[in-house]
Design a protein around this ligand. Structure first.
Ligand SMILES: Cc1cc2nc3c(=O)[nH]c(=O)nc-3n(C[C@H](O)[C@H](O)[C@H](O)COP(=O)(O)OP(=O)(O)OC[C@H]3O[C@@H](n4cnc5c(N)ncnc54)[C@H](O)[C@@H]3O)c2cc1C
Length: 469
């Protein structure tokens, strides 16, 4: 019997490990397992909403697997340390002859997989791992010198070329297997351990399961993808796909998304579209994680830039930022969206991250951990990549020290103040300019700014330039 280990790949379609286990099992049947590791979740800063959503996605997965005669077992262990032995015991109990899983890229996951593989292979049970999450394997998109790309645009060009050469297609759902005499486990509704505060997963906002993910994808492609390049930066519009929680837990794949884009979009230039580019950003950050392992250890991609900066350790400033109480309306609105829903619009992720690192001069690692602890789509590679980029210490960072002015950003991307008013109702009815006007803020009972923007901006630039000299 073959055993398939499900992690952040909670689907049956386009699942390489499942597909190959079903092909290899010669009628002996296939078993599936998902491991709950609460201590690991805490250690790796997983948000409450993310864990809840992951658990919720197990139920539709179990149903999909049942239709294939594959029982889903649940293994409960404290952390990755106990996992190899417990997984082996489960495999031996069921006389498993092969363990199948899809690769994951962050170092914690790679160390976990290596330990499991070593233990299994000592017992002569082969472990087979597959590339399924990424469309193009890390380490294969290389520049002319055979090195990894450090800048996004040439990477995306080379990536697109490889895509056209390989024309990757999603794998189908495997065929129904011979029944095995094992019952599926009950899926716990919640995990009895102290989860951090933060938003609960909302079934209304993020219905669980692949079917819901595919419906969302088709709705986006048929109605919004045409407006994406114009509206994706306007947080008051629902112009982006909001597929990130599904992509980060592998409920749907980027390959399936691109295939659907090709099949259902009216845009003849779909291949060069901005939405496709965003999916390539996702690949870029995963490639970087594999090729620059230091990033896994919270080291900046550009240590030479970080050396020029001075992080101030001011708990009061960090707390104000994390609670959405900075007095900068657009920043606070973004943080309220995160705290109340577990998700934040991309433009706001950039504005809030720039504000924390460039105006409050707090270490980007603090912000990145806080995001991971609160995001339903928390994803190590994209989060570290996004934070390092925002702090100017990452790959593809601008050659100058870019500081987002929150007031200008609000005027540009939320000029009627709609997004801000949604999350700060006390400011409803005010334009972006008014929302940042001190007098109006005082009248409306809004918070006053915790720092002087221009002064802090000058100070940050001076530090950066001094370091340069
Ligand atoms: C500081 C910071 C932290 C971030 N943390 C995360 C994170 O933890 N998890 C996460 O999935 N994304 C993260 N992002 C990227 C981006 O903000 C989200 O992917 C996006 O907002 C999700 O919304 P959507 O699904 O509607 O995206 P769409 O605009 O519809 O894009 C489609 C998909 O492409 C991918 N994508 C889009 N933009 C990016 C990007 N800049 N980098 C990498 N992938 C991208 C996502 O998988 C997304 O679902 C971060 C960005 C920043 C600036």
């Amino acid at each position: 019997m073959k055993l398939v280990w499900f992690r952040n790949d909670l689907r049956t379609g386009d699942h390489h490990a499942l597909y190959h286990a079903c092909q290899d099992n010669r009628g002996e049947g296939v078993l599936a397992v998902a491991a709950l590791t609460p201590h690991q979740w805490i250690l790796q800063d997983e948000a409450k909403s993310r864990v809840q959503f992951w658990l919720a996605n197990l139920a539709p997965l179990k149903t999909e697997l049942q239709a294939l005669n594959i029982p889903l077992l649940i293994l409960q262990v404290e952390s990755n340390q106990q996992l190899p032995a417990e997984m082996l015991a489960l495999a031996q109990k069921h006389k498993v002859t092969g363990l199948y899983f899809n690769r994951e890229y962050p170092e914690y996951e790679r160390i976990r997989d290596r330990s499991v593989k070593q233990l299994f292979e000592k017992q002569s049970i082969p472990c087979l791992s597959y590339e399924s999450d990424l469309i193009i394997a890390p380490g294969t998109v290389l520049n002319k010198q055979g090195g990894a790309y450090k800048v996004f645009t040439p990477f995306s060009r080379a990536w697109r070329q490889q895509f056209l050469t390989q024309l990757p297609q999603p794998l189908p759902v495997p065929e129904v297997q011979n029944l095995v005499a094992v019952n599926s486990s009950l899926i716990p509704k919640s995990i009895p351990y102290e989860l951090r505060s933060g938003a609960d997963w909302s079934e209304r906002l993020w219905p669980a399961g692949s079917e819901a993910a595919h419906q969302r994808l088709y709705r986006f492609i048929s109605s919004a993808v045409g407006r994406y390049s114009v509206e994706r930066d306007l947080p008051a519009c629902t112009a982006t796909s909001s597929l990130s929680p599904y992509l980060s837990q592998g409920v749907i794949t980027a390959r399936q998304s691109i295939t659907a884009l090709n099949s259902f979009s009216d845009d003849p230039d779909w291949f060069e579209s901005q939405w496709m580019t965003e999916l390539i950003w996702r690949e870029f950050y995963r490639h970087l994680l594999v090729q620059y392992p230091e990033m896994n250890r919270w080291k900046p991609f550009k240590p030479e830039v970080e050396k020029r900066l001075e992080w101030s350790q001011d708990e009061k400033l960090f707390l104000a930022w994390s609670r959405g109480e900075t007095g900068f309306a657009i920043v606070d609105a973004g943080m309220k969206q995160l705290l109340q829903t577990g998700w934040m619009h991309n433009r706001l992720r950039m504005i809030t991250a720039s504000f924390l690192t460039k105006i409050l001069r707090q270490d980007w690692r603090l912000g990145a951990r806080f995001f991971m602890q609160h995001l339903i789509d928390g994803d190590f590679a994209s989060n570290i990549g996004g934070w390092q980029w925002s702090a100017s210490v990452g790959a593809d960072a601008a050659p100058y020290f870019r500081i987002f002015n929150p007031t200008r950003q609000a005027e540009r991307f939320d000029n009627r103040g709609e997004y801000t008013a949604r999350w700060l109702p006390e400011l409803a009815g005010l334009s972006a300019t008014e929302q940042h006007n001190l007098k109006v803020l005082q009248q409306r009972g809004g918070l006053l700014p915790i720092v002087d923007y221009q002064q802090e901006r000058q100070h940050s630039l001076a530090i950066y330039n001094r370091g340069k000299g």
